[in-house]
Design a protein around this ligand. Structure first.
Ligand SMILES: [Cu+2]
Length: 240
């Protein structure tokens, strides 16, 4: 019994070593995986749509009425033929649906698994602005009326994870440029992560109706080089 326990635990002891020795996993950009799935859905819809539209036009012409009082008749099918006509197409479409659903779960797994070295920023939703809090305590925001404030600053090349909550009602943090969106709720912490791959400015908008100024609840998202980001954060820290 003891020997067996030892034997069982050997792979358990070796495994962490193997995992640690492996090179750090390459980060899969959620934008790439999302776009890939989206393109597949579009191709799928286009191919099926084309086939069905072509068949519909063909049959409309082929079986059109050639005289005003003509009465058509359906083909006589055996019970087996009827079942086959119902089940075979149904299974083909279900197979395609399951294929796309499985791909969707793969993308979802990428969205939910935050990379180990992700940079964490806390986000709090308020009616009607966001507050961003960086690891060194610096906070930023953005005012829609005066257009003042840094909004969300992130370093290029580092995955960023946002830990989010709300002070009042339900908001939703939507960044279409990074293909992410997640609700923010009072009393709960939700998260999203994304990978800024290039220097650019995009926008975050609130995507859950949250009151009269919901439409004004937006802020710039600025992805800047790491050195510039660090310098900005340092300066911000020393001036506040
Ligand atoms: Cu909102």
């Amino acid at each position: 019994m003891k020997g067996r326990l030892v034997a069982l635990s050997i792979p358990g002891m070796l495994l962490p070593g193997v995992v640690m020795a492996a090179a750090p996993a390459k980060i899969v950009d959620p934008v790439t995986s999302w776009n890939h799935l989206w393109n597949e859905v579009l191709i799928d819809l286009f191919l099926m749509g084309t086939v069905f539209a072509a068949l519909a036009v063909y049959w409309l012409i082929k079986y059109r009425a050639t005289s005003p009082d003509q009465v058509g008749s359906g083909p006589k099918l055996s019970r087996a033929q009827s079942w086959a006509w119902a089940m075979v197409p149904a299974f083909i479409f279900m197979a395609d649906d399951f294929f796309l659903a499985a791909k969707g779960w793969t993308v979802w797994n990428i969205y939910r698994k935050v990379p180990d070295n992700a940079y964490e920023i806390k986000v709090t939703g308020n009616m009607w602005y966001w507050q961003f809090e960086y690891p060194n305590g610096v906070t930023t925001t953005y005012a829609y009326d005066t257009k003042e404030g840094d909004g969300l600053m992130v370093p290029v090349g580092t995955p960023v994870v946002l830990r989010m909550t709300s002070n009042d009602v339900i908001h939703s943090f939507g960044m279409s440029a990074y293909r992410v969106k997640e609700d923010m709720m009072p009393g709960r912490v939700t998260y999203i992560w994304f990978l800024p791959t290039e220097e650019k400015q995009s926008w975050v908008t609130c995507t859950e109706f949250c009151g009269v100024l919901h439409a004004q609840m937006y802020a710039p998202v600025k992805a800047v080089p790491r050195a510039q980001f660090d310098a900005w954060l340092q300066k911000k820290k020393s001036t506040t």
